[in-house]
Ligand binder design. Structure first.
Ligand SMILES: C[S@@+](CC[C@H](N)C(=O)[O-])C[C@H]1O[C@@H](n2cnc3c(N)ncnc32)[C@H](O)[C@@H]1O
Length: 276
């Protein structure tokens, strides 16, 4: 695990309160990587990533899902509208909670979805309450990842799945690669990035059976070429200047993350672990 001790939770919360609009303009309603099989558009690629996770997790109509780190509610709405799930979205950001709730109402999904502003590291749900704990690109921001996995495992019904996509540190890094991961953590407000093996160990320690582990780096890394080019093309820095300077450090780190993927310093992992 590579850690960045200067990251604070109030700064992560503020980041999503002030930068969600920038993410929306730059990328769309999903704040996560696209998954490419060919020359799909970025919008299609973003949906494809969620679809691949649905397939891997075996999510079924009527499933009760908690979407941890739900952003603008993109996954929650997809799970509700296309897959007939009942979804509770959790986000650290009050701005995102309002956005997600309003968008769900607009699409007629108010009955099937609800959104709460809460810290995933302290929120609690009754035991055996969900068919799936779903989390795309949120666990990077958690300070005690194994503790979260242990608590979230308790929320699962027997047979339920924990389905996680996460930015990872690669294995056996040299000093230069460790610095690359550190720069990504600092730029994207991640207190740490863990390795794939560490996630697998935490699932097992929480009593879950690890069913699916995939390295999707090659399928997703195009995301950052597109984002980097859009930042230049649409002069996003000019828009971003209205925003707190310390909050938009990530706009200058798109090449850093691309380099980290290409050097092997970082990987993109998809995991499904099931409660028996
Ligand atoms: C990269 S965005 C991903 C959003 C969403 N999963 C998606 O794919 O569009 C990270 C999300 O994690 C949330 N987050 C970060 N730390 C959190 C915490 N401690 N508790 C709850 N949500 C958190 C942020 O508010 C944000 O919604």
């Amino acid at each position: 695990m590579i850690s960045c001790p200067t990251i604070r939770k109030d700064v992560i919360r503020r980041h999503y309160d002030v930068s969600t609009l920038l993410y929306r303009l730059l990328w769309g309603p999903h704040i996560h990587h696209g998954y490419w099989e060919g020359n799909e558009s970025p919008q299609v690629a973003q949906i494809q990533l969620s679809e691949r996770l649905v397939e891997a997790a075996g999510i079924e109509a009527g499933d009760k899902v908690v979407d941890i780190g739900c952003g603008m509610g993109g996954s929650s709405r997809l799970l509700a509208s296309r897959y007939g799930c009942d979804v509770t979205g959790v986000t650290l950001s009050a701005f995102q909670r309002r956005w997600a709730s309003m968008a769900s109402m607009r699409y007629g999904l108010g009955q099937q979805t609800r959104f709460v502003r809460a810290d995933a590291e302290s929120i609690d749900f009754p035991a055996e309450n969900f068919d799936a704990v779903w989390s795309i690109e949120c666990t990077e921001h958690l300070f005690d990842k194994p503790a979260f996995v242990r608590r979230a495992a308790q929320w699962l019904k027997p047979g339920g799945a924990m389905a996680i996509c996460a930015w990872l540190a690669g294995p056996n890094l040299d000093a230069g690669q460790r610095q690359q991961v550190f720069d990504v953590c600092e730029g994207f407000f991640c207190p740490s990035l863990a390795t794939s093996d560490e996630y697998v160990g935490w699932f097992r320690d929480a009593g879950l059976e690890v069913e699916f582990v995939a390295d999707w780096t090659k399928q997703v890394d195009r995301t950052w070429e597109i984002c980097r080019d859009r930042v230049h093309r649409f002069a996003i820095h000019r828009v971003a200047h209205w925003v707190d300077r310390g909050q938009i450090i990530f706009l200058d780190r798109f090449q850093t993350i691309l380099d980290a993927y290409r050097s092997g310093a970082m990987e993109y992992g998809c995991f499904v672990a099931r409660k028996r």
